[in-house]
Structures are given as C-alpha cells and as structure tokens.
Ligand binder design. Structure first.
Ligand SMILES: C[S@@+](CC[C@H](N)C(=O)[O-])C[C@H]1O[C@@H](n2cnc3c(N)ncnc32)[C@H](O)[C@@H]1O
Length: 195
C-alpha cells in the first residue's frame, strides 16, 4: 500500500484552480518535496500541456516512483532525487517551481537553500508557487495553525510555520517579485512569485 495523504485529497482541487490559470502559458514545472506523488499525478493529468517533474529526498523516492509508475500520465516524468541543500540541483532551467507543505517541514537553513536553488533554476519570467500555512506580522491565521505549529516544533525544533515576511525577503533576494497571495481553505496560502 503506497503512502497516502488525506490533506492532498482535500487541497488538490483548490490548488489546481489557481495553477490552471497561473501555469497556463508554461511548459515545464519542477515540484519540490513531492511526497506521496498524489499532487504530481493529479496536476500533471489535468495540466497536460505541462512537463511535470516530481522530486524528493532519497528516502521518499521509492514510494514516489511507485505512485508515478502506477498512476502517472505521459507528461509526468520519473521522479528525481533532490534535497534542497544539495549544492548542485539536477536541473539547469525550468519555467516554474511548485512546492506544497514543505517550508514548515524544512529547517530555516533548508528554506534558505530552497530559495537559493529556485533562484538558480528559474528562468526570466518563471513562476514560483508555494502552498502551505504562513504567519503574518508574527500572527497565525488561525488557532488551529498555532496548535499545528506547536506540534511541529515539539517533534522537530528546527521546523515550524514560516513568517510570510521572512520568506518574502528570501524571494526578493533571488529577484522574485510577489505576484499573488491566495487565501486557501483550511487556513493555508498559495503564494506566487515571478522572476
Ligand atoms: C509534509 S510533506 C509534503 C509532501 C507533499 N508536497 C504534499 O503536499 O503532500 C513534506 C515534504 O518535504 C520534503 N522535504 C523535507 N525536507 C526537504 C529537503 N531538504 N529537500 C527536499 N525536500 C524536502 C519531504 O521529504 C516531504 O516529501
């Protein structure tokens, strides 16, 4: 039985609604931290003009590859190993990067590496789409997010819901201009930047 995320099932349609428009004129997407691969399979099938490249750390690759092999449409590539802290990423250029529910799992040093790497591979006009919970002006967007963050930090002190302003600063440092901040169901955001 492959790993399965209930959250992916709940958030895939609201995310698809935004990506359909944002990625309409693009041809390739690199996904970072693809996890179970449910998003990759779902989005690639419905955005068939895109070449969708899932990635994750080595430990998640076997199950991710199994999901892609089982359910993936032709425009979904075989997953590639990518830890954002790696000095050389296995891509030179992409039109877009998508990542869901990863920045609060990574340490801050990994988040910094994430933006540096994205800055290296996104071409001019390229898009970055990041889905997940964020804090604004030091405040959680809901009590449930505050409780979620406490749980994350208890399990791993380096993880935690990120401050929108701090993430925005990293993005700006890579020449990424803010494009949109979509409020999503269950107190999540979908943030879009353009290079
Ligand atoms: C909560 S899961 C989210 C998975 C999937 N994107 C989703 O929305 O269900 C977090 C993901 O981030 C990945 N991740 C954590 N640290 C990473 C790193 N340093 N480099 C790349 N991926 C990382 C994990 O392996 C995992 O797949």
């Amino acid at each position: 039985m492959l790993p399965f995320s209930e959250a992916c099932e709940r958030n895939k349609d609201p995310i698809l609604g935004i990506l359909r428009e944002a990625f309409a004129d693009l041809s390739g997407v690199v996904e970072i931290g693809s996890g179970t691969g449910q998003h990759a399979v779902y989005f690639a099938r419905r955005l068939s003009h895109l070449d969708w490249q899932p990635t994750d750390r080595a430990e998640n690759l076997p199950t991710l590859a199994a999901r892609v092999a089982l359910d993936g449409p032709p425009n979904l590539r075989s997953p590639v190993e990518l830890d954002v802290t790696s000095a050389s990423w296995p891509f030179v250029r992409t039109d877009a990067v998508f990542s869901a529910n990863t920045l609060h799992i990574m340490s801050w040093a990994e988040v910094v590496s994430f933006f540096r790497g994205v800055g290296r591979i996104l071409g001019p006009g390229g898009l970055l789409a990041v889905y997940g919970p964020f804090r604004y002006a030091g405040r959680y967007t809901s009590e449930s997010n505050a409780a979620f963050d406490r749980g994350l930090r208890e399990r791993d002190a380096a993880s935690g819901i990120r401050d929108f302003e701090a993430v925005s600063e990293l993005a700006a440092g890579q020449g990424l201009a803010p494009l949109a901040d979509h409020a999503m169901p269950a107190n999540n955001q979908l943030l879009l930047w353009r290079r």
